[in-house]
Ligand binder design. Structure first.
Ligand SMILES: [Zn+2]
Length: 476
């Protein structure tokens, strides 16, 4: 079975949501903001705080390959937006409704529903570019006074709308949102003027990133049609109202670009296959259909990967393996196939075999975060915690805010019965999940264990002060 990576959500209830109030002004009325360095720093800190609260209240889909893909496309777009985001944090929300959001301080969230509904990569990019447009134009600043207070209101409304509507998202679809969620949505709705501006800026970003600008109008009118014909309003439209005028404008604007850029990529199709396999683990009925499609077109890699993962989900490991072998015979270095093959071996309780495949892959792609995380996981499962740590330790420097890394490291230390290691990594993990007090307690215990090792004790103390400072800021 294709499982989510081993991150367990520690559920806690949404304690408090900052009061939100309605937007009174539109961007057109506002003067140019003098966005200072201090504002940016405050926004960065607020963005991280928002992320910890979100992780503490909403289950996220933690899959190294999916996250890696979303990070790549987000960096590509923000590189071509005026936003300067040296370290983006990208999250995938297991919610089938079509939505995405971006918040100041470099946090981007994508609902799995958006990935399923966007038929090609350019459509996904169009939505993300539009969201980045709102951020770079500071549309979240709802009053004339710029700065942290406004950002806080905006973040509170997003958190409320995600947390409240995810409490029971299936019922939410059928019965409508809770009043509180609806209210939060209302706070987040952009004005017509802001929508126009985000469309304009978003299309520039889209084109500069090499995507086909027609994707924007295509996706908007697809969502609009769904809302009209099926009567199901995509979540995205609640906060970004689509008008015929917007669709027409986007269509016209796209015509002005002579170079059309690309619509799609194989990587995007493979990522969707993977997401579907995670979402529909129980659904094995498609296997005959996949086989038929392959008979007609044996070179369709996305269908072959679908078949491999569906077979694995049905515990038909040797058949699944034969499909990934076919793929790897032709594309021996393709990370998606290496990892699918490792998934199968791990599901079949053969972590040693998975480790071999992953190590082969790392010879060619030593920088792949997904391969390294998978190799670490396979090593731990193979009772080789020390080996696992050789991959994880460098990742803690490269990705200090990635809960997957800390969780994997904690498991390796547990295997080694290294209490100090467990405490230090668990502190980082729970801190990222919004449990600051628990993290501080772990570090306190760690400092006690390390007290005869002065350099380490000093390091732990330092980290504890940093966390304390972040927690104090949250309470303000
Ligand atoms: Zn919008």
């Amino acid at each position: 079975m294709l499982r989510q990576f081993g991150v367990v959500l520690l559920v806690s209830l949404l304690s408090s949501v900052p009061n939100v109030y309605a937007a009174e002004t539109t961007a057109a009325d506002l003067p140019d903001f003098q966005h200072s360095r201090a504002d940016e720093l405050a926004e960065y800190q607020l963005g991280r705080q928002f992320l910890r609260q979100l992780r503490g209240t909403t289950p996220l889909l933690e899959d190294p390959l999916l996250i890696n893909y979303l990070e790549n496309i987000s960096y590509r777009l923000s590189f071509n937006n005026t936003l300067i985001s040296p370290d983006l944090q990208v999250i995938l929300i297991p919610d089938r409704r079509i939505n995405a959001f971006a918040v100041p301080g470099g946090v981007i969230g994508v609902n799995e529903g958006l990935l399923l509904y966007a038929d090609n990569e350019a459509e996904l990019a169009a939505v993300l570019a539009h969201e980045l447009g709102h951020i770079s134009q500071h549309h979240y600043e709802r009053s004339q006074e710029s700065g942290a207070h406004n950002t806080l209101i905006y973040l509170g409304a997003i958190l409320a709308s995600i947390a409240l509507s995810s409490v029971n998202s299936d019922a939410g679809l059928a019965l409508g949102m809770s009043t509180q969620a609806a209210l939060a949505q209302q706070q987040l709705a952009y004005s017509r003027q802001q929508e126009r501006e985000a469309d304009r800026v978003g299309m520039q970003t889209l084109v500069a990133s090499g995507f086909n600008p027609e994707a924007m109008a295509n996706f908007f009118s697809k969502m609009d049609k769904q809302a009209r014909q099926v009567g199901l309003m995509p979540e995205f439209l609640l906060t970004h109202p689509i008008t015929q005028e917007r669709i027409a404008d986007s269509t016209l604007r796209a015509r002005h670009y002579p170079d059309k850029g690309v619509y799609d990529s194989l990587d995007y199709q493979l990522i969707r296959v993977r997401l579907l396999a995670i979402m529909n683990q129980a659904d094995s009925q498609q296997i005959p259909a996949f086989r038929q499609q392959l008979k007609d077109n044996p070179n369709n890699q996305a269908v072959r990967l679908s078949l491999a993962l569906a077979l694995m989900n049905k515990d038909q490991f040797s058949q699944a393996r034969s499909e990934t072998s076919t793929l790897l015979a032709k594309f021996p270095n393709k990370i998606d196939y290496l990892i699918a093959s490792a998934d199968i071996d791990i599901a079949d309780s053969k972590p040693d075999q998975a480790l071999k495949t992953l190590e082969q892959g790392l010879l060619v792609s030593p920088d792949s975060v997904a391969l390294r995380l998978y190799a670490a996981r396979a090593a731990t499962l193979n009772q080789q915690a020390a080996r696992s740590l050789t991959w994880l330790e460098p990742l803690t420097h490269q990705r200090p805010e990635d809960p997957i890394v800390w969780h994997a490291m904690m498991e390796a230390y547990q295997q080694q019965k290294d209490a100090l290691g467990v405490l230090r990594t668990r502190a980082e993990y729970v801190f990222l999940l919004g449990q600051g007090e628990k993290a501080l307690k772990d570090l306190e215990q760690a400092a006690e264990l390390a007290k005869s090792n002065y350099p380490l004790a000093a390091k732990i103390d330092q980290r504890r002060s940093e966390m304390q400072a972040a927690i104090a800021l949250e309470k303000k």
